[in-house]
Design a protein around this ligand. Structure first.
Ligand code: SAM
Ligand code: SF4
Length: 330
C-alpha cells in the first residue's frame, strides 16, 4: 500500500513537526511576540510520533523522514526519536531542518543516534541584520552549529536562506561565498505566504529570477546534469564549473506541485497533504482512542488521496492556510 493521490503522485517523504515552539522570531514566519503555543498535552509524545512513523514506513511506503518544527532542537527527546526511527525497517533516510541554535552541543549525539542529513537556516551573515530578521542576537550560535554539524559527519551540510526585501536581499552573493568556502550547500527559498501575521505580499517578495541575476553577477552558474530534479523542489546549479553548488526553490514563481512527494504530520498529530492545505486529518484522536494500525493507516491514506493538484498561491482566490509554517512544519 502507498500514499497515492488522484493525480498519480505518491507521497514517500514524511515531514514531521516535533513542536510549534521556537526560540527565534523570523520575520517571514512569526510575529515578534511569538504565537500561542500548543498546550503540552496536545503535542504528540515521542512514543506516539515513533508509532506513526513506523506505520508510515512499514505500511504506507514512506522512505524519508524529515524532522522540523517550530524548532526541533527544543525537543529534549530528539535524539531518542531519531534513534527509534533509525531502528524501523526498512530504515528510512532521516534528516533534520533546524535554525542551528544549540546544535553545536548536540550535533555529534544526533549523528550517533542515526541522523543522516541536516539543513540549517541561515539568512544573513551580518549580526545586526540577524537581530532584525530573527529578532534575537544569535548569529554566532548558528555559525557554530553549522561547523559542528560538518565536523560530526553530517556533510554536505545544507543551508536554507530566505531573502526579504529591504532586509537581506543584498546578501545572495556573500551567503554563497561563505557557504562555498565552508563546503556547505546553499539553497535559496522564495518567501511563501505562510507567516502567522499574513504580511506576505507577492509584489514585495524576492523572486528566483532576481536571485539568479544577483548570483550571475559574481559567479557562473551552469545546470548540474548529475542532479536530475525529480521530485526535489530545488533547481541545482554548479557554481563556476563545480564542485560547489547552489539551489533555488522557486515555490511561488515556478511551483513544483506536479511532482510533489511530501506529506506532513503536525506536532499535534494532524496529517496535512500540502503546506497550503486547508484541511487536516486527525491521527492523534485515533492514536489516543486505542485505534489499531490498520485504522490509522486507512485515515492517513484517505488524507493523501484528497490532495489537490497545486497550492494555488498564484490564483486570485488563494487563501492562506489557517496555521502558520511554524505550526505545520516547514
Ligand atoms: N526552525 C527550523 C528552521 O528555521 O530551520 C525549522 C522550521 S522552519 C519553519 C523550516 C524552514 O522554513 C526554514 O528554512 C525557514 O527559513 C523556512 N520558512 C519559514 N517561513 C517561511 C516562509 N514564509 N517562506 C519560505 N520559507 C519559510
Ligand atoms: Fe523559528 Fe524556523 Fe520560524 Fe525562524 S523559520 S521563527 S527559526 S520556526
Amino acid at each position: 500500500m502507498v500514499l497515492a493521490d488522484s493525480f498519480g503522485r505518491v507521497a514517500t517523504d514524511l515531514r514531521v513537526s516535533l513542536t510549534d515552539r521556537c526560540n527565534l522570531r523570523c520575520a517571514y514566519c512569526m510575529p515578534p511576540e511569538g504565537l500561542d503555543w500548543l498546550p503540552a498535552p496536545e503535542v504528540l509524545t515521542g512514543d506516539e510520533i515513533v508509532r506513526l512513523i513506523r506505520i508510515g514506513v512499514t505500511m504506507l511506503g514512506i522512505r524519508e523522514v524529515r524532522f522540523t518544527g517550530g524548532e526541533p532542537l527544543l525537543r529534549r527527546d530528539l535524539a531518542s526519536i531519531i534513534a527509534r526511527t533509525a531502528a524501523v525497517r526498512p530504515r528510512p533516510e532521516i534528516s533534520l531542518t533546524t535554525n542551528g541554535i544549540g546544535l553545536a552541543r548536540r550535533a555529534a549525539d544526533l549523528r550517533k543516534a542515526g541522523l543522516d542529513r541536516i539543513n540549517v537556516s541561515l539568512d544573513t551573515l551580518r549580526p545586526e541584520v540577524f537581530r532584525k530578521l530573527a529578532r534575537r542576537d544569535r548569529l554566532p550560535d548558528v555559525l557554530e552549529g553549522l561547523a559542528a554539524a560538518a565536523a560530526a559527519g553530517l556533510a554536505p551540510v545544507k543551508v536554507n536562506a530566505v531573502l526579504m526585501r529591504g532586509l537581506n536581499d543584498d546578501e545572495a552573493v556573500p551567503l554563497l561565498r561563505y557557504c562555498l568556502s565552508n563546503e556547505y550547500e546553499l539553497r535559496f527559498i522564495e518567501q511563501m505566504p505562510l507567516d502567522a501575521q499574513h504580511g506576505w505580499k507577492r509584489a514585495e517578495m524576492v523572486t528566483a529570477d532576481e536571485i539568479f541575476a544577483a548570483l550571475s553577477s559574481a559567479f557562473t552558474l551552469s545546470v548540474d546534469e548529475a542532479r536530475v530534479r525529480g521530485s526535489a523542489p530545488a533547481e541545482t546549479f554548479l557554481v563556476d564549473g563545480g564542485p560547489g553548488r547552489v539551489g533555488v526553490i522557486a515555490s511561488v514563481t515556478r511551483p513544483f506541485c506536479g511532482s510533489c512527494d511530501r506529506v506532513r504530520l503536525t506536532a499535534d498529530g494532524q496529517v496535512r497533504n500540502c503546506l497550503f492545505a486547508r484541511e487536516e486529518s486527525d491521527l492523534r484522536s485515533l492514536l489516543r482512542s486505542g485505534a489499531g494500525e490498520a485504522e490509522i493507516a486507512a485515515r492517513w491514506r484517505a488524507a493523501v488521496a484528497g490532495k489537490l493538484p497545486g497550492h494555488g498561491i498564484n490564483d486570485p482566490s488563494f487563501l492562506q492556510p489557517d496555521r502558520p509554517m511554524s505550526a505545520i512544519g516547514g
